[in-house]
Design a protein around this ligand. Structure first.
Ligand SMILES: Nc1ncnc2c1ncn2[C@@H]1O[C@H](COP(=O)(O)OP(=O)(O)OP(=O)(O)O)[C@@H](O)[C@H]1O
Length: 254
């Protein structure tokens, strides 16, 4: 691997929905300040895996998880882990933009307020910085009190990214963040991901192999709940080790 520290370290991770195993013996290390793409056919476990990284699967009844996940060195499945703090350090952005039915300001200030920031000036500073980080400040600075739901889909998705950034995470999980967006909005998010990796560790599920090839440093190929191949993106797409990876990226299935 490269010289950077490992931000996410997964060892022998198994996940079951009831009796059905959805992830089998996943082992992977994600370096800090990089973009990792998760690819594979529908139902192979990409979203399930992503959700194990901030314990979103805890919310689903009947889920059993074995193995170890460390984020920034912390074993996130230990009993004494504060799940709210974990989700602060591991933010998540979903397929369809999901702004709260609040103002633009209120959306971004929501997380910092929950974590105890009350001073208006500090909140204003965080809101401006977060919106600047996603390239939205100039577009919305004169209407911060307007409802976030009045923004375009692409703007809403950048707002949701800004909302995650406002609580200063280490890791940003993105589950097909552009699948509901038009090509121009998609290009903006892809550009943004490239900028954000200077500060954050980004893990992104995508159905779009061109997108994975464009924006990720490393790619993980999943099939039937197994991690088949995990390599730097250029190698995985040009010279895969595993014949099943080759079949998938050359469009033979999926
Ligand atoms: N809440 C759940 N309860 C039971 N089974 C589930 C649940 N969520 C996912 N599964 C199953 O786990 C497997 C992996 O699903 P997952 O959504 O992680 O795949 P995916 O690769 O993200 O798929 P897609 O690309 O279609 O989003 C599938 O067989 C799915 O049906």
């Amino acid at each position: 691997m490269d010289q950077r520290n490992t931000m996410v370290r997964v060892r022998h991770l198994n996940l079951y929905y009831g009796n059905t195993q959805a992830l089998s013996d996943i082992v992977l290390d994600v370096p800090e300040r990089s973009v990792t793409a998760l690819i594979g056919p529908s139902g192979c476990g990409k979203s399930t895996f992503l959700r194990t990284l901030n314990r979103m699967n805890d919310l689903i009844d009947g889920v059993t998880i074995e193995g170890e996940v460390r984020i920034g060195g912390v074993d996130i499945y230990k009993d004494d882990v504060d799940v709210d703090m974990l989700r602060k350090s591991v933010g998540m952005v979903f397929q369809a933009p999901n702004p709260f039915p609040k103002s633009i300001f209120g959306n971004i200030a929501y997380g910092p307020r929950i974590h105890g920031i009350r001073q208006k000036r500090e909140l204003e500073h965080i809101v401006e910085k977060s919106l600047r980080d996603v390239g939205l400040w100039e577009e919305v600075k004169d209407r911060l009190d307007d409802s976030a739901t009045g923004l375009s889909g692409g703007q809403q998705q950048r707002l949701c990214i800004a909302r995650s950034l406002a609580v200063n995470p280490d890791v940003l999980l993105m589950d097909e963040p552009t699948s509901a967006l038009d090509p121009i909005s998609t290009a903006k998010i892809e550009e943004l991901v490239q900028q954000l990796k200077e500060q954050y560790t980004i893990i992104i599920v995508t159905h779009n192999m061109q997108q994975a090839a464009r924006i990720s440093d490393r790619t993980a190929f999943f099939l039937n709940g197994e991690l088949i191949e995990y390599n730097d993106t250029a190698t995985l797409f040009s010279n895969p080790d595993n014949p099943r990876t080759e079949d998938y990226i050359s469009g033979r299935f999926g």
